[in-house]
Design a protein. Structure first.
Length: 175
């Protein structure tokens, strides 16, 4: 089974191959020319329209992010040790961003209606060269809109529940 080399791998191989001498009596095979470099994307000129001024309310406190929201020590200890059992599991792995956002919104509505407190949200880890976009957007989705008022905190999941590719979502108690 073979695969094509990436442009970076091809450049590295060319550098290594240039340092090697052929065995006496053998002909050296010519190296394949490197592929043409793609043209850099054209950058549109900046708009000359000024941005609208931001209205600042000096008395308002900035809203805390769900990722930075605090819990009491008992909750944090249980989450760190993996002693919490999720009431509901939401698997967003493999969805598009739009579909994942919709699935998350519906699952939060259902969990809130059923009185669930701990949700395990599986986003996937991604790869080193291509991190998970859903994982990157999750905190932004939860901070915005009507979802924020229902959420107490967002924490990374214990390895037994998915580790870096999953999160515990703690919902607020219902009155």
């Amino acid at each position: 089974m073979s695969r094509r080399l990436s442009a970076h791998e091809q450049a590295l191989w060319s550098r290594v191959a240039a340092t090697v001498r052929p065995i006496a009596g053998k002909r050296a095979t010519p190296a394949a020319p490197p592929p043409p470099q793609p043209k850099p994307p054209r950058i549109a000129p900046k708009s000359t329209i000024p941005a609208p001024p931001r209205l600042i309310n000096p008395g308002a406190k900035p809203a805390k992010s769900v990722a930075g929201a605090t819990l009491d020590g008992g909750w944090d200890r249980k989450l760190r040790q993996g002693d919490v059992r999720p009431d509901r599991i939401i698997d967003l792995h493999g969805h598009t961003l739009a579909a994942a956002h919709d699935v998350l919104a519906h699952a939060l509505d259902d969990a809130h209606a059923n009185g669930d407190r701990v949700l395990l949200v599986i986003t996937g880890k991604g790869r080193a060269d291509r991190p998970s976009r859903i994982r990157g957007e999750l905190a932004h989705w939860l901070d915005a809109g009507a979802m924020r008022s229902r959420i107490a905190s967002l924490r990374a999941a214990h390895p037994r529940h998915g580790g870096g590719g999953a999160f515990y979502l703690i919902l607020r108690r219902q009155p």
